[in-house]
Design a binder for this molecule. Sequence first.
Ligand code: CTP
Ligand code: CA
Length: 225
Amino acid sequence: VEAALSSGPLSGRRVVVTSGPTHEPIDPVRYIANRSSGAQGSAIAAALRDLGAEVVFVTGPAETPRPTGVEVIEVETAREMRDAVKAALPADAGVFAAAVADWHVEGASASKIKKGPDGAPALRFSENPDILAEVSQMGAGRPTLLVGFAAETDDVIAHATAKRARKRCDWIVANDVSPATGIMGGTENAVTLISGDGQEEWPRAGKVEVARRLADRIAAALGRA
Ligand code: CTP
Ligand code: CA
């Protein structure tokens, strides 16, 4: 494991990155989840590390290899991710790239549900904590810079702009993940950075390149903070 760079624009800065999906159990063998490879989140953690940041990488069960040279915290559910993120604070910045499941199954079964004559089980869902909104609105101890993501299929900019206002995060990285774009599960991303200064469309590029560009922007913003 490489040590954090002692120099670099983010040396001495601590950043919490969330990544991957969360899995919400139905029973010990079944779950619900959002689609997420974790590729963009891993690349962001690596890019921040390369600028000298101390990175806490809180990840759900993603297929992408974990970045080296960062503190990796593995979680399964949204509630575990929330607890891990809060335990990792204080931090200078948070980059919340995880595709957090919006609901968990109420009263998940401790033993495997068997098929039977009664037909399909009726699942009841409860809403998961909104980690980004909670951390954005925590008052004392809030990281200086909070970056959320908005993966949308329709009215991308309008939805992402509304999300930034609702959650009160500083920036939203918005992207169109309609199947035709090939972004979900692919190696490239095409994003729009939405901040208090307006919108900036970035050219489609590899997820590693997008991560580097975002890390540079974070370093510039914290440098001014
Ligand atoms: N997020 C979070 N905790 C949740 C849901 C979302 O921290 N329970 C974060 C994501 O990591 C992302 C941002 O909030 O940075 C936006 O996530 P998204 O799923 O697009 O927003 P939602 O508010 O869940 O809205 P919806 O899924 O209905 O579009
Ligand atoms: Ca969601």
